[in-house]
Design a protein around this ligand. Structure first.
Ligand SMILES: Nc1ncnc2c1ncn2[C@@H]1O[C@H](COP(=O)(O)OP(=O)(O)OP(=O)(O)O)[C@@H](O)[C@H]1O
Ligand SMILES: [Mg+2]
Length: 353
């Protein structure tokens, strides 16, 4: 939805997550139709990106180049996105006599909503509509710390790519949802992207954005709890989490620890829903779609369904995207469907631009 930089056409989406890179290349076949032509995944060491800051840019740039080489992606114009504490997304109300005066009014107003020095952020906005009564405009305000944008664009430049578009994870996710699910106007959905360290929650009614929040929980917490409980190193705990047998640890004992972390994630979602409902006229969330690597966590989808008593599904990033079965098998696409949501949203966005 937003482009912090400029709007240029290309169709590679690159999701730079704290635990892995995800790349998707799409080709526009007919108007409004897309085919998957490239898809790649590269794990990153947990010390490359810490607390949202890219500490080892060279290693991340190398990993980007490995994906592009492996997937034969020639297009070097790349769309990426940012999440976490350096991103502020808010619906605000701004008084202006006419549309032409809005830009100045928004920059003026923005200061009170942004907990950083205004000189340190890039601001973008979208006009949602005018309130006829008193010249108030409803505006979606997006502010991202400049240093964060620099981090992400520098790493792309280091890899020899052109950072063509920088979006926000929540909007890339919404873009993938709108394209793949064509939601009806009255359906309110909670889109949850649960990564390694960040859970992005985006609440959308039809195609209208309502609310987003990033919470610092994710798959990493499962690994951490398993490490502590069974005294394991990181890699072994990851294997255990992914369902492999580790030593004499029983499935039940592992499941018990996993369920306790799921409980924490459910509580965080509940807190966000409570906050949202308190500040919104929308009373019900009709469905939940879960993406991100942690969507694979055993028992998570069922636990969410039980807790929130609404239909909960794994997000299918390729629901409306065609793919050559000789290159992308159905089981492979099913397996990667939740992981690629943000990369697909970015590739769609840039192909549409
Ligand atoms: N089969 C699986 N079972 C359980 N957890 C899994 C599985 N596959 C991936 N994960 C977990 O998903 C997480 C990675 O998800 P994802 O790739 O969406 O995160 P990220 O985008 O790198 O991180 P973030 O968005 O938080 O910066 C890791 O914690 C990983 O262990
Ligand atoms: Mg992620």
């Amino acid at each position: 939805m937003f482009n912090i930089l400029s709007q240029k056409k290309q169709s590679v989406g690159l999701d730079i997550g704290s635990s892995s890179l995800k790349a998707v290349e799409l080709r526009s076949t007919r108007k409004g139709c897309f085919e998957l032509v490239g898809m790649g995944f590269e794990e990153l060491s947990p010390d490359y990106i810490v607390d949202g800051a890219i500490l080892d840019k060279n290693s991340v740039a190398d990993a980007i180049n490995r994906i592009f080489a492996h997937e034969h992606i020639k297009n070097n114009r790349v769309a990426t996105s940012i999440s976490g504490h350096s991103v502020i997304v808010k619906k605000i109300s701004v008084v202006a006599q006419q549309e032409a005066d809005l830009a100045e009014a928004i920059h003026w107003e923005a200061e009170q909503y942004i907990p950083f020095d205004i000189a340190d952020v890039n601001i973008d906005y979208q006009i949602l509509g005018e309130d006829d009564i008193d010249g108030k405009w409803n505006v979606l305000l997006v502010a991202v710390k400049k240093e964060k944008i620099q981090d992400y664009t520098q790493v792309l430049t280091l890899a020899g790519k052109v950072p063509a578009l920088v979006d926000v994870d929540a909007f890339a996710l919404q873009n993938a949802y709108e394209f793949n699910y064509e939601p009806a106007g009255n359906t309110t959905a909670a889109l949850l992207d649960i990564g390694s360290t960040t859970m992005t929650i985006n609440i959308v009614s039809g195609t209208e954005f309502l609310f987003t929040r990033d919470v610092s929980v994710g798959g990493h917490n499962y690994t951490e709890f398993l490490q502590k409980e069974f005294n394991l190193n990181y890699d072994t705990a990851q294997h255990l989490k992914h369902g492999e047998k580790v030593g004499t640890i029983s499935d039940d004992d592992a499941a018990h620890v996993i369920d306790s972390v799921t409980e924490i994630i459910c509580m965080e979602i509940q807190k966000t829903f409570d906050f949202f409902k308190h500040n919104s006229t929308v009373e019900n969330i009709d469905r939940m779609l879960v993406s991100g690597g942690a969507a694979h966590t055993p028992g998570l989808i069922d636990a969410l369904g039980r807790k929130f008593e609404i239909p909960v599904e794994i997000f299918n990033s390729f629901r409306k995207i065609t793919a050559d079965p000789r290159q992308f098998s159905t089981p492979m696409l099913e397996d990667q469907a939740p992981d690629m949501a943000i990369a697909v949203g970015l590739a769609l966005r840039s192909a549409e631009a």
